[in-house]
Design a protein around this ligand. Sequence first.
Ligand code: HEM
Length: 172
Amino acid sequence: MLDTSPLANYLGFFALISYIITLLPTTLRIVFPRTKKTEIPKLLLKYRRQIGIVAFLFALGHGVLLVRKRNFDFFALQTYWIYVQGVVTFIIFTLLTITSNDWSVKKLKRNWKKLHELTYLAMFLLVWHVIDKMWGHWSYLTPLGIVGITTITVLFLVRKMREHQNKLSKIK
Ligand code: HEM
């Protein structure tokens, strides 16, 4: 039987979906080059920052509700181990949100790109987060969340392979 979902889970799920949307434009462009001709990647790219901030806000709500529900002990190291994927992902979301503005792009120069590559670490952590935290008590949202985050992760790996092949063929 699947569990019904409390608000905290909905917020986590919406955070996950908005976050996946921020990863789509670059991935689609390389894995499915034909999508370049459509308006979708352009539109997603135009609003990527705003969608990322929305993902952060949903994640904040999700985190706060679960921290309260589970009596999170901020002074016990063990807590951070149990929630490591959530906590690290949240730190990454926070860093990316703070630096999602033109001023930071200018100030951080090349480091901005490096910093924002942390988004892919968050992607892997979230596959682990959802599977680990929902193990044995899936809600109706869980299968959708798992399919979404796994699909984007596989597409990311395909993208990296394509980029690698393109590099090699240029060297030849
Ligand atoms: C930062 C980005 C985060 C995202 C995108 C995220 C996303 C999710 C998703 C999609 C689920 C599964 C919901 C379901 O299938 O019903 C989930 C579950 C969970 N998350 Fe997160 N999460 C994040 C951060 C956090 C943080 C910071 C914490 C707490 C410290 C946390 C604690 C949990 C817990 C305890 C569950 C299991 C809930 C349950 O047992 O019903 N998450 N999260």
